[in-house]
Design a protein around this ligand. Structure first.
Ligand code: WTA
Length: 667
């Protein structure tokens, strides 16, 4: 293992394995559950199991004859000669089946405005939006970037693209103009869909200026591929306007026909590209296609959350800018005909009970969120959720990072009334859908463990030599068989796809996560083993933040680590060496505070506020191996106030003393 990586054992989570509590499903829950224990046996026949799911859960315009073609590994082809349309599956077929009056979306804006959209209304709006995009020249295969707040139009925009066979690339609204520019350009987008702004913590927060910036001519950059910007009016704030290029969403939809025939696409037609952080500075455009992705999104949504579309009210708190918003806000729930809640704002606006107020108001029965949010709620105090009637909740989900047993127990007791099963779901942008999770009517759940690969999924833990570890052992999480919703590549970079995921172990997918198996063979996730951080469930690359820092004239060199943080899981801590002429400025407390602020703002501008370092420490040197690699593990020791570990492979062993003694704020 390279010296700058951390082993799972160093992540300090081994104590998890002493967790012995288990919560079997109640007989009542088990009796009514969608998934029964037999499902694991049924899945033993490999890809044929997925063919059955694809036919049961998805409507095909043309049925497929071939299930899996792995001859072009590591690029899989699932159901390749079948044809379908994702938006038709998510919307139209429910209307055709007589469920047009069912509510698809209960929307709750942050300021308290609400909107209810039935499947029939959704069909009309998606069709109009598809016609509007077509009128702007969007054709099958063209890429559309979506940069929107969490509003109904976000889902409509994604589905309108899918209806046309135009892959969408959603960029999280918290990313900066620069981050947006690089994604637009990598995807070669023809149209951007955005809004004047969205509401965030009680205030309108503009989005359109970032789009204007991202597509404006820039020295050294090629002219933007974007021909039109479609703008949703959400906040009504003043918005700069470029005639001919910019078009109001409401104008475009008003003049558009409500009828639209979906474009039938091959199962392997690209559905979307979603950029995510990797171990290098350049984000990766993860490519997902249509048939396999929809099949696994629908299958997991139905079985992991035990969805009953006629009676459940489902709420996933993720933003559509992340994969969770793609698979468990837009595609999974709508393909399954669910009624769901979409909420625009933060959990504490205008008060810390906002989420629970929404659960009570809509009688939410299935709730899916991230451990970081649960930990924040724990901090605010359990008397807050106690004010609301949460008795409608019957399944709780967790995603994005390991959930510590304490937070898990709190979630179960305070939110789930000690009865709702918790499903801790492990998966990634790359896997497209949930891969490891308990099944709520089958598995006796354990606080802190994602436990079992889902039926049809081959996940295991291996050692350095790719040998499966025995129960009780630890190593790396891998996926040894192809799965329907697996990524089909990195947009425009097949080599990087092979290198990143398929070169560490021959022929098997390397997820980048450390994991252990307990004595029962259940899987415990232990965090990343590479240079990817997980801050509040969001993936950030250390290298990307380092390059942002060194692009500032103050900085000569930078090293970034993810340090353990009580609420956000990890927090970004940056160590910087200033350029000689600025070194003096950091010698006073005021000087170093100014430098810290300048650099934090700089990172926010380059990447986005989510990437801002929580702490920036000015140091005289960085610890490096003889081959020049930064030993982040030692910096993590400093950032987490631990005794510095084995430093024998340092090129200069005095560096750590220099760093530790020079720090004036080791809080
Ligand atoms: C982490 C989010 C532990 C993991 C769906 C993975 C988790 C990365 C869990 C993917 C979980 C996600 N337990 N760790 N239940 N879920 N992760 O692409 O490190 O944003 O590799 O996808 O989040 O993050 P991504």
């Amino acid at each position: 293992m390279p010296e700058n990586e951390s082993t799972p054992a160093q992540t300090g989570l081994e104590n998890l394995l002493h967790e012995t509590r288990a919560f079997p499903p109640s007989p009542e829950f088990a009796a009514q559950a969608n998934a029964k224990p037999e499902i694991y046996g049924q899945a033993a026949d490999g890809p044929a199991f997925w063919a059955t799911q694809a036919r049961d859960l998805i409507s095909w315009k043309k049925d497929f004859t071939e299930t899996l073609d792995w001859s072009g590994a590591p690029v899989a082809r699932w159901f390749a000669d079948g044809q379908l349309n994702a938006a038709y599956n998510a919307v139209d077929r429910h209307v055709e089946a007589g469920n047009g009056d069912r509510v698809a979306i209960h929307f709750e804006g942050e300021p308290g405005d609400t909107r209810t959209v039935t499947y029939a209304e959704l069909q009309r709006e998606v069709s109009r939006a598809a016609n509007a995009l077509a009128a702007l020249g969007v054709e099958k295969g063209d890429r559309v970037v979506i940069y929107l707040p969490m509003i109904v139009e976000s889902v409509v925009a994604m589905l309108a693209c899918a209806r046309l066979g135009a892959p969408h690339s959603v960029v999280f609204g918290g990313f900066s103009a620069d981050a947006l520019r690089s994604r637009i350009s990598d995807a070669g987008a023809k149209v951007v869909i955005t809004a004047d702004g969205g509401y965030r913590r009680g205030k309108p927060s503009a989005l359109k200026p970032a789009v204007d910036d991202a597509i404006a001519p820039k020295d050294g950059a090629e002219a933007s591929t974007v021909e039109h910007v479609l703008v949703v009016r959400r906040t009504g704030q003043d918005t700069a306007w470029t005639d001919h290029r910019d078009v109001w969403w409401h104008d475009a939809l008003e003049s558009a026909d409500v009828q639209h025939t979906p474009a039938w696409v091959d199962a392997e037609h690209p559905l979307f590209i979603l950029y995510t952080s990797g171990t290098t500075g350049k984000p990766k455009g993860i490519l997902h296609t249509t048939g396999g992705y929809l099949t696994q999104a629908a299958f997991t949504h139905k079985n992991v959350f035990d969805l009953k579309p006629e009676s459940d009210v489902y709420w996933c708190t993720a933003d559509i800018g992340w994969i969770t918003g793609h698979s468990y806000v837009t595609y999974g729930p709508l393909v399954n005909g669910a009624t769901q809640v979409i909420y625009e704002g933060t959990p504490d606006s205008p008060h810390q009970g906002r989420w629970w107020e929404i659960v009570e108001k809509y009688k939410v029965s299935i709730f899916y969120t991230a451990p970081t949010a649960i930990r924040a709620c724990m901090k605010w105090g359990e008397e807050i959720p106690a004010k609301y009637d949460l008795s409608s909740l019957r399944v709780l989900g967790s995603v994005g990072e390991p959930i510590n047993p304490e937070a898990w127990m709190w979630y179960r007791r305070v939110i789930g009334g000690d009865k709702a099963p918790i499903v801790d779901t492990w998966w990634q942008t790359e896997t497209g859908a949930i891969m490891i999770s308990p099944l709520p009517g089958v598995t006796a759940t354990k606080p802190g463990s994602a436990q079992v690969p889902l039926p049809g999924i081959a996940a295991t833990v291996v050692d350095d030599e790719a040998h499966e570890v025995p129960n009780g052992g630890g190593g790396y999480l891998v996926l040894s068989e192809p799965w329907p919703s697996m990524l089909r590549g990195i947009w425009g970079d097949l080599e990087r796809f092979k290198d990143t995921y398929w070169s560490r172990f021959e022929g098997i997918y390397f997820a980048g996560d450390g994991a252990k198996k307990d004595e029962d063979g259940d899987v415990w996730l232990l965090g990343r083993v590479d240079d990817v951080m997980n801050v509040s469930g969001h993936r950030l690359s250390t290298t990307e933040i380092e390059s942002a820092l060194v692009s500032n004239p103050l900085v000569a060199e930078a090293a970034v680590v993810g340090a353990a943080d009580e609420v956000s899981g990890q927090a970004v801590v940056a160590f910087v060496i200033l350029r000689g002429e600025h070194a003096e400025e950091a010698s006073t407390p005021e000087g170093s505070a100014t430098i810290e602020k300048t650099l934090r703002d700089h990172v926010a501008k380059e990447i986005g506020p989510i990437a801002k370092p929580k702490k920036i420490l000015v140091v005289p040197e960085l610890p490096k191996t003889r081959s020049g690699k930064i030993m982040r593990r030692l910096l993590r020791d400093v950032a987490e106030n631990r005794e510095v570990g084995d430093a024998t492979t340092l090129a200069d062993s005095s560096v750590m003393n220099l760093i530790s003694s020079g720090l004036n704020t080791p809080s």
